[in-house]
Design a protein around this ligand. Sequence first.
Ligand code: NZQ
Ligand code: ZN
Length: 388
Amino acid sequence: MLNFNFYNPTEVVFGKGQMKQLDGLVPKNSRILITYGGGSVKKFGTLDKVIDELKKSNREIFEFGGIEPNPQFETLMKAVKLVRENKIDFILAVGGGSVMDGTKFIGIASCKDEYIGKEEKLLTQGMISVDKTIPFGTVVTLPATGSEMNNGGVISNGENKLAIFSKKSFPIFSILDPELTYTLPKTQVANGVVDTFIHTVEQYVTYPVDAKFQDRTAEGILQTLVEIGKETIENPTNYDARANLVWAATMGLNGLIGSGVPQDWSVHMIGHEVTAIFGIDHAKTLAAILPATWKIRKTEKFEKLLQYAERVWDIREGTNEEKVDLAILKTEEFFQSLGITTKLSDYGIKEDNINRIIDSLKSHGMVKLSERGDQTLEITREIIIKAL
Ligand code: NZQ
Ligand code: ZN
């Protein structure tokens, strides 16, 4: 096992009706900004429930809606202005990954006085050193990104999609009530299953370091998703199936399974470029790029792919090569069974578009990807061709 620091201060408040704890979780006498997306929280009543709770104590409440999927820098800067002008001291993100990620950026940018007027530069720093940020909590309406229990945010700036992190950007608390997610369109639930699956394998299908707990936990998350994926899409109000998705999504990217193991993230890095250029949903890009990556990188990942085949899919017969090939096929079939294609060409992406993706990766320094840093742009090109 590799050395690691594990730090995660987020309080998880999980289950039916847990919104009733909100008043106790948010500081009293605060000036609070509620951030949300394009309106689903208004339409389905979640915002009203949040406001009713917050009004139980003395608080001044402000709202900022309109954070789009793949949150845009320009939009978030409007919220930063609002935070500064109104001396906001707590933010409550109500929504999915985009709202939570956007809120992390708003919190950092509002406190970084030395960046006033050049906040765009914060987006190119990866890990940002911060003395303070605006503390925030979340009410999660879409299980997928794990943003509710991690310190990462993915922010779009035109055709750039960039990840930021800071040690202070963990939510103070996250309310995870599976019932708040019942109103999701089927395709967003499918995205959540696939995104969680791929977060898990990016931290698992690398090379073995005898990290038994991390491996068994990752396998547990993957098997949970296979077990409940289709059910929670087809029967959204099956509470237990949805509760298992919500918790799997959180545990898939909160640092636990990634501690002490090599991590890949190449599928995400390529996927982010595809989303930024072509506007395809995050998880949908991953569903095409992951199987292609495994086909091209089979030798490098062979030992973990075999473990994945045997333990996640229970493939016990055939040669090792056959087991791995069947596991890759089963993975593709699983994504397809959720209604997500595994071919980029189904979104109209053609061979002519590949240079543009490669150029973007190059401009973002994504030239040595994967767990060993040996995935060159030439190999990435092969992967994208395979994913078409
Ligand atoms: O904007 P509204 O109207 O709220 O509608 C949203 C949005 O259109 C809708 N939605 C959310 N909850 C709903 C609902 N509709 C009905 N009922 C509900 N309960 O769903 C749509 C998608 O929302 P979004 O937040 O964009 O989706 P997701 O949670 O998948 O987040 C995707 C973003 O997260 C980033 C992605 O890159 C992308 O920008 N990621 C963040 C990560 C992190 N912070 O660790 C890791 C991930 O790998 C990922 O990169
Ligand atoms: Zn993801």
